[in-house]
Design a protein around this ligand. Structure first.
Ligand SMILES: [Zn+2]
Ligand SMILES: [Zn+2]
Length: 431
């Protein structure tokens, strides 16, 4: 019965849509990106914080905005036996702010500089640079005032991380979206402008006009582009404080010789932003590598004291995509290794002990001890591109010696085990 047979054949289970594995061969590059983020942040005195991947749904509806796409369409809800309304975190800033209030981190002084790295989850259509499970490196400066020096420092650190990773031609797009004093006025202007032209905008924008008019500005639909060009611009409507704050931020960037593009359409997808918003791009990127801005009311909105803050999120998958696109090569981390080949039982028995001796001397050893034949172990050594092989046979095990073989020239020499680490180091340094 062919029908039944077909049923029995098991389809291998795949990872969930829009979610991906980070395979061993990509771990080096991931580590490199993570280390660059951490090293540079720690230089600027940022401290690591880790928050749970699950949070109460309320945290995000209160901060991202009830009408934001993140809350209305992209949340992963989690069913718990206790009927808690939990969600997989869609972003990190709200969690950090929650933790800052919950644990009284204001006691640490001002500013409090925090960084966090980990997976975020958004239920959206997977496409280039967009996943349902993705990793972000978050930087936040929580300060007693809204000093623009930190807006500039956050942008500087973002760019320095890209520079350390050798990413070419990074650029910053920047805008100010005002505060609770000047934004409502602008919002009104924007609604008035679009109201009479409702039939010229896409369906999503018709909705946005009711719920989140600022998002009209970053609509990517073709039909909405023309109108956007003549829409009122927010920087023209900023109050005195916001104008000064924006001017100061730009002056800090000028002083650092950081080039930027003023992008009047830049508003970002989260409601909690105030004043500065920015995104960072690089050569060849069709998407922002990350972005951020100031969020002066967020902490207050979830029950904390009035505490201004500014931060950014770096999309790690996107940074890695750009590293691949720009074909950036790093010096391999494991190039100073040796490959141990053990032949026969006596040598195999002693081989783990031999590796331990080498580990204590900081010599990195690869092996395929599960393979018995010389030829198959030699094949593995070639595959790992080890510059040196150690050949450990019956005779050597008995005499407490090892043969060092230069994989390129084929030259061999027998060395007593006691001197093997030094001999390896000497040869590796001469490569
Ligand atoms: Zn303002
Ligand atoms: Zn639109």
């Amino acid at each position: 019965m062919p029908k039944k047979e077909k049923k029995l054949k098991k389809e291998p289970i795949q990872s969930p849509k829009g979610m991906h594995d980070i395979l061993p061969q990509y771990q080096d590059i991931w580590n490199r990106v993570r280390v660059a983020c951490q090293e540079i942040s720690e230089y600027y005195n940022f401290k690591r914080i880790e928050t749970p991947i699950l949070e109460y749904e309320e945290l995000f509806s209160k901060t991202s905005g009830e009408s934001s796409e993140i809350v209305t369409k992209q949340m992963f809800n989690v069913l718990t036996p206790g009927k808690d309304k939990l969600v997989l975190r869609p972003e990190g800033t709200a969690s950090i702010a929650r933790s800052y209030i919950q644990h009284g981190l204001s006691q640490l002084g001002s500013p409090v500089k925090l960084y966090m790295e980990g997976p975020m989850f958004r239920y959206e259509q997977p496409q280039s640079g967009r996943f349902r499970s993705f990793h972000q490196f978050d930087l936040e400066v929580i300060s007693s005032d809204d000093d623009s020096v930190y807006d500039a420092q956050i942008i500087l650190i973002f760019l320095k991380i890209l520079e350390q990773l050798k990413i070419k031609n990074a650029s910053v797009s920047i805008n100010s979206i005002g505060c609770k004093n000047c934004r409502p006025e602008y919002r009104k202007d924007l609604i008035n402008f679009y109201k009479s032209k409702k039939n010229k905008i896409c369906d999503d924008c018709k909705n946005r006009l009711e719920t989140n008019p600022l998002r009209l500005l970053d609509c990517k639909e073709e039909i909405c582009q023309d109108l956007k060009k003549s829409a009122p611009i927010i920087v023209d409507r900023l109050c005195y404080q916001c104008k000064t704050h924006f001017k100061d931020t730009l002056e800090y960037l000028d002083e650092l010789k950081i080039p930027y593009n003023m992008d009047h359409m830049l508003v970002r997808g989260l409601d909690y932003y105030t004043k500065t918003v920015f995104e960072v791009f690089a050569e060849g990127a069709t998407f922002a590598l990350g972005g951020g801005g100031r969020y002066d009311y967020l902490i207050e909105s979830i029950g904390g004291k009035n505490t201004p803050a500014v931060g950014c999120a770096i999309g790690l998958e996107r940074v890695i995509e750009i590293i691949k696109l720009q074909n950036i090569q790093y010096k391999p981390k494991h190039e100073n290794n040796v490959f141990l080949i053990a032949i026969g039982n006596a040598a195999k028995k002693k081989s783990l002990g031999l590796i331990e001796k080498l580990r204590e001397s900081n010599v990195e050893v690869f092996e395929s001890l599960g393979k018995d034949s010389f030829n198959s172990q030699m094949k593995s050594a070639n595959k790992m591109a080890s510059p040196l092989a150690l050949i450990f046979g019956q005779k050597e095990a008995h005499e407490e010696s090892v043969i060092i073989k230069d994989m390129k020239s084929g030259a061999q020499e027998t060395i007593p085990i006691l001197k093997i680490a030094d001999a390896i180091k000497k040869r590796l340094s001469q490569l």
